[in-house]
Design a protein. Structure first.
Length: 259
């Protein structure tokens, strides 16, 4: 009987220790340590093996973040203030069911490389997808997130960007949805001349807005009240103008309307 009590005490001790180890504060501290290694090796890239170490640091952080996002449902509501201060961008939907984590991997030169973890909630559990680039696939960064509800459907509109060089960049909007307990990354809801699409994207000359204060630069916007997406008009030579192209939700698709 005594040995049984000892075993129960040991089991309870380790269960308590495990629970403590997975507290929000401890998870954030663990993620922060891992994330800081990316910045460290980004600064040490010129050292021998620096590029490999930077790649390994990104791989380790991405997998760690995905693991926590999948196995600890409360993380979808955590502010992760210390990580944001280190430039991990985090955007959460109004309904608290969808979140995007986005960061600069330090890879590339003037063409920047990024990675994302998309976390979403179904019932009492959370799921996560890690998105990293390859030679054939460019992963953008996310800079904003809108929530759009129509009828019994909820859509998540992510504003994303690309940096190709010190001069050329791009901005887009991509629509997501949680359907049948799975993430749909190809929600075809935007009707354009090319067909029905899940996103709109435009390239531009960064020099055309470089001297415009950051908060005043024309970019993609969404107004949930009047159900419209605003896309800055870009000239043939890549200059971003103050004029906008408007797409309005007509009940089935976002469709271009006359200005």
């Amino acid at each position: 009987m005594k040995s049984v009590k000892i075993l129960l005490f040991i089991a309870c001790y380790f269960a308590s220790a495990s629970s403590f180890a997975q507290s929000p504060k401890t998870i954030e501290a663990d993620l922060l340590r891992s994330f800081k290694k990316i910045n460290y090796w980004d600064e040490k890239r010129s050292d021998a093996g620096g590029d490999d170490s930077l790649e390994n640091a990104n791989d380790a952080f991405g997998k760690k973040l995905k693991n926590y996002a999948e196995n600890h449902a409360f993380t979808i509501n955590e502010p992760f203030t210390s990580l944001k201060k280190e430039r991990l961008d985090i955007f959460t939907s109004i309904d608290g069911l969808f979140r995007i984590y986005s960061w600069d991997t330090g890879g590339g030169g003037t063409m920047r490389e990024f990675a994302n973890v998309i976390q979403y909630k179904t019932g009492d559990k959370t799921n996560a997808v890690l998105l990293t680039g390859t030679n054939d696939i460019y992963i953008p960064f996310y800079s904003n997130l809108y929530t759009f509800k129509t009828g019994n459907k909820t859509y998540y509109l992510g504003i994303y960007g690309a940096i190709y060089s010190s001069r050329y960049a791009g901005t887009g909007i991509k629509i997501f949805a949680i359907e049948n307990d799975k993430l749909n990354q190809n929600v075809k809801l935007i009707k354009t001349q090319s067909g029905i699409n899940s996103k709109i994207f435009y390239d531009y000359d960064f020099g055309s807005i470089a001297y415009v204060p950051y908060g005043e630069r024309p970019t993609i916007t969404f107004d949930a009240t009047i159900k419209t997406i605003g896309i800055p008009l870009v000239t043939a030579d890549g200059k971003v103008t103050s004029k906008f192209i408007t797409y309005k939700f007509t009940g089935q698709y976002f469709e271009k309307v006359k200005s």
